[in-house]
Design a protein around this ligand. Structure first.
Ligand code: HEM
Length: 514
């Protein structure tokens, strides 16, 4: 038999099968060459670590994606126990576990340019690419961040006190009528309402939803759990982000919600950029700030700003909510800590509903210690945070790490290090008072030029919410298992509990009368 050109089919089949065989052999030869290079000749070849991790990214895949999920952070801890404070954790990445070396990796200043790592962030999705978090390049990040940093400065956040206070008040008011509450959902509603009102001039009003911020949390958790997969298959995850919500809804409800959210935001941003909202007496938002700033026209495109809004709303909701829920859990669990805090709060809140300012609360030593300890054990961002020193080699002990290498530490490892925080699983605010130097080792908000943009806002929310809730309500732990609902057992960039956990719950025992 032959095809229309007269070439016998058997000859074509043979030629094709030969081509596949050659391609397969070439592919194997390529991987053998790459493997030999990675193990023996790569600039990182002499650094300690398992050979398999140096050889292939599938090692990381094995712990983070399949058959395990979100476990590589914990495996890295074991690797440090085996290999020491510096480990090559994949063909390109160096992980260091040494609290003395933080300031070098995360250094700031003109001589210390630091890029982010595109592999870690699987950068490139159309909808996310515009954010400062996705700006891998040092200069690009700097320009994106400085366009909005005033908006999140200490002074701007001070002006925001009435907004934070009214949201906390609304939450406490609603809790007075509840028998039990899911604290993660309740605090997520509060943080989402604050950040959305601040950034868009319009609150999401989640504090009025029957299940508070449950939907937001499910959506954010769904999105964040894609990250390890996105590292291995960026094209897959980035394509998913860009699929229209009605199509996505057939496959994955959380991803569909993320995409819906994206599509709802865009028109709001377009209106602000076009100056259409000026006709109304609107509150100035982060987008007004960018619109009126000095950035290039390209940096002011609506799609870019939408990426920025994704990151700000996402980052501004879950981390603070989890920190608040975990801190409240330990206040309920450790009665001596809870009592001591309430006694101190009475010094500025003589009556449960007395007025108080952030400055007054920040001056309370025990409350500050409770908040530091909450930040330490909640692991808002748990994961490794790579930085690439582009213009200098980094020297760690006898090792030279060539410029261009992603180097990182993980807050989870540091915050659970018994040499730095003895008995690390125990919630002990007193440790911050006994040793004020400890503050240097609090890495919850990161360090350097790319540290948390929303730190001042988060701190304001933490102080007001803990103080008012604890001064006004009596609560007790309800239907919560510490190992399942509180402890960080999954590293999805955000620290996460058992994936089956519904969250931390409390029973509202009563209202504090005086
Ligand atoms: C307890 C609460 C919070 C914690 C523990 C936390 C933690 C962090 C950490 C560790 C980073 C650095 C990530 C990295 O190095 O790759 C970060 C970045 C960021 N955070 Fe937060 N955050 C919190 C609350 C907030 C809030 C309320 C906002 C609201 C605006 C926010 C917005 C951001 C943004 C926009 C970035 C990216 C900064 C940049 O790329 O320059 N965060 N956060």
């Amino acid at each position: 038999m032959s095809n229309p050109e007269g070439i016998p089919i058997s000859f074509l089949t043979l030629a094709l099968s030969n081509a596949f065989q050659y391609a397969f052999v070439a592919w194997i030869a390529y991987y053998i060459a790459v493997s030999i290079y990675r193990i023996h000749f790569h600039p990182l070849a002499k650094l300690p670590g398992p050979k398999l991790a140096a050889l292939t990214y599938w090692y990381e895949f094995y712990y983070d994606v399949y058959p395990y999920q979100f476990q590589y952070g914990f495996r890295i801890k074991q690797l440090h126990e085996q290999y020491g404070p510096i480990v090559r954790i994949n063909p390109r990445h160096i992980h260091i576990h040494d609290h003395e070396y933080f300031d070098t990796i995360y250094a700031s200043g003109a001589n210390h340019r630091r890029d982010r790592c595109s592999w870690m962030h699987h950068s490139g999705s159309r909808t996310m690419a515009g954010s400062m978090l996705e700006a891998m390049d040092h200069d690009l990040h700097k320009s994106r961040r400085s366009a909005v940093s005033n908006f999140f400065s200490k002074r701007s956040v001070q002006a925001l006190e009435p907004l934070v206070l009214s949201s906390v008040e609304r939450l406490v008011q609603r809790l007075k009528d509840e028998e039990t509450v899911n604290l993660n959902n309740a605090f997520a509603a509060m943080t989402m309402d604050i950040i959305s009102a601040y950034c868009f001039g319009e609150s999401m009003n989640s504090l009025e939803y029957p299940q508070y911020g449950k939907d937001w949390l499910e959506m954010l958790h769904g999105g964040i759990q894609m990250r390890p997969l996105g590292r291995q298959f960026p094209w897959l995850v980035n394509t998913l982000y860009d699929i229209p919500p009605n199509v996505m809804a057939r496959f994955n409800a959380d991803m569909a919600r993320i995409n819906t959210w994206t599509h709802q935001m865009l028109p709001k941003i377009v209106r602000i950029l076009a100056g259409e909202d000026e006709k109304r007496d609107v509150q100035r938002t982060v987008f007004h700030e960018i619109r009126d700033g000095k950035m290039s026209a390209e940096e002011k495109l609506p799609m870019r700003l939408m990426g920025e809004s994704h990151v700000i709303l996402g980052a501004g909701t879950e981390t603070t909510a989890r920190t608040l829920a975990v801190t409240t859990y330990y206040l309920m669990k450790k009665h001596d800590v809870g009592e001591k805090l309430r006694d101190e709060l009475k010094t500025v809140l003589s009556q449960p509903d007395s007025a108080v300012s952030l400055a007054q609360l920040e001056a309370l030593p025990y409350l500050s210690a409770v908040i530091n300890e909450g930040l330490r054990v909640a692991h808002g961002v748990a994961s490794r945070q790579p930085r690439i020193a582009t213009h200098e080699d980094l020297i760690y002990k006898q090792w030279t790490i060539p410029r261009g290498t992603p180097v990182m530490q993980s807050s989870h490892l540091l915050h659970m290090d018994p040499n730095v925080f003895p008995d690390p699983l125990d919630f002990q605010p007193q440790r911050w008072l006994d040793n004020p130097e400890l503050k240097r080792n609090l890495f919850a908000f990161g360090r350097g030029t790319r540290n948390c943009l929303g730190m001042n806002l988060a701190i304001s929310e933490l102080y007001f919410a803990i103080a008012l809730l604890w001064r006004r309500l009596d609560t007790e732990i309800y239907d919560t298992v510490e190992e399942r609902d509180v402890l960080t057992t999954n590293d999805c960039f955000l620290g996460m509990t058992d994936l089956k956990s519904e969250g931390i719950k409390a029973r509202i025992v009563g209202v504090v009368e005086k």
